[in-house]
Design a protein around this ligand. Sequence first.
Ligand code: MLT
Length: 233
Amino acid sequence: MKVNVILEGSLRGPCESTVVVVDVLRATSSAVTAFANGLTQLEVVESVEEARRMKRENSELLIAGERRGLKPNGFDLGNSPCEFTENEVKGKKLVMTTSNGTRAIKRFLGNRVVYLAALLNYRFVARSIVESGEGTTIVCAGTDGVPCLEDVFCAGSIVKELMCEGYRIDDAARIAYSTYSTYEFDIERMLKKESSHGAYLERIGLGEDLVYCARMNIHDVTPFSQGKRFVLH
Ligand code: MLT
């Protein structure tokens, strides 16, 4: 079995039959938290306008996301994972649009299964992949066409789990694994001081999100795609 890594979401690379999309800061961290708190379904869309239109057609939908890190006008929630509390999301359906994470997800949705991973749930995702018996491609969302340290780190944490199960890795997976080995004992500092998107979030007053997104395996959930929607494994 093989695991390969695409270091930034718009890059091309060989694609295995399952895909894992990672956007630690913050789209997949928010999605994972929402499912852990009782969300029943997630759909991702390209634009703010499309999310608003869906809300007009069905007022029971929650719409969430960000542009430049901040909640767009008229949205129910932004993209801070801590907003996705049980009170907000339990039993609800969510539509999400973010600058990079949901775009990477959309790009890989199709006739393959897509899993959503963050540091918050990476070990559970790795376990689901092993149980699927398939090879996998881990896609790091990145920011505006550039790879992100925190996504590559998270990809490396999944690669490590799969290597222990005997998966073969490509060069990009090796880069991800080395990144993981460099920062595994220093995650919060990496997000705050070395990740450029982390530094941006800190500057706009969202530093608390970094502390939360640095937590590992606190949510025992693996969101995965069924057609164009996400549900729980
Ligand atoms: C993105 O999709 O670019 C991110 O999730 C942005 C963010 O909200 O930090």
